[in-house]
Design a protein around this ligand. Structure first.
Ligand code: DC
Length: 219
């Protein structure tokens, strides 16, 4: 049996950074499940389609090749918005479910060639839908303003022109869509540890997560 850790939460709450550090610390293979939705959205856009079209979006999700997850364009805002749209389509979610569960069950070897102790998946519905029996679940959140500020700085650091008010608006729009959709909306599992990172830096968030995971005696 491999250990499975689920991390859920809204955009820019710090899930990615935290997940990467936990994966390194515990020797776990990590899957950023948002990339699956981003890659699906980008595939639809690249074919000239509409990410809100269920037929085109589901076909793109079914045809997804894991190699496409390395595309740097997936990090951009167009990909984020398209991802948020395709992710509301039940057929897309169903198409991506097996891939995520298989990763959790049989995690790939780590970058250094050693076997993984287990898997860590981050997303919106890992603890509720994808891996409801995960050994440890964290729900990472932060206020909308703090998340917009982090996203704004990240865009600036990458050399993109950004306007804070616009980033905040996009964040609110994406939050509403992710939480309001009927298919597997963003939600904390009943047994998730709630980690609000609004006033925490990355080290503090990591320490809090490790303290919670230690309490589960998994390693
Ligand atoms: O985490 P992210 O910003 O890369 O996610 C992009 C979009 O994908 C987000 O708006 C919601 C969706 N998503 C989802 O619905 N379920 C997941 N497990 C992960 C992401």
């Amino acid at each position: 049996m491999t250990i499975v850790i689920a991390i859920d939460g809204p955009a820019a709450a710090g899930k990615g950074t935290l997940g990467a550090r936990l994966a390194q610390h515990y020797g776990l293979a990590k899957l950023d499940t948002g990339l699956l939705y981003r890659a699906t959205g980008v595939k639809v856009l690249a074919a000239g389609g509409n990410p809100e079209d269920p037929v085109a979006a589901e076909a793109a999700a079914r045809a997804l090749d894991p190699a496409e997850l390395a595309n740097p364009a997936l990090r951009g805002d167009a990909a984020a918005q398209a991802a948020s749209k395709v992710s509301a389509i039940p057929g897309v979610r169903a198409a991506l479910l097996d891939f995520q569960r298989e990763f959790a069950k049989n995690p790939p070897v780590l970058a250094d060639g050693s076997p993984a102790q287990g898997a860590i998946l981050d997303g919106r519905d890992i603890g509720t839908t994808v891996c409801p029996h995960a050994d440890a679940k964290l729900f990472v959140t932060a206020s909308t303003e703090v998340r917009a500020e982090r996203r704004f700085k990240e865009l600036q650091e990458r050399g993109h022109e950004a306007i804070y008010a616009r980033v905040l608006e996009d964040m609110k729009e994406r939050d509403a869509r992710d939480s309001g959709r009927s298919a597997s909306p963003l939600a904390a599992a009943d047994d998730a540890y709630m980690l609000d990172t609004s006033a925490l830096n990355a080290d503090q968030a990591f320490q809090a997560a490790v303290a919670f995971i230690s309490s589960k005696n998994l390693f």
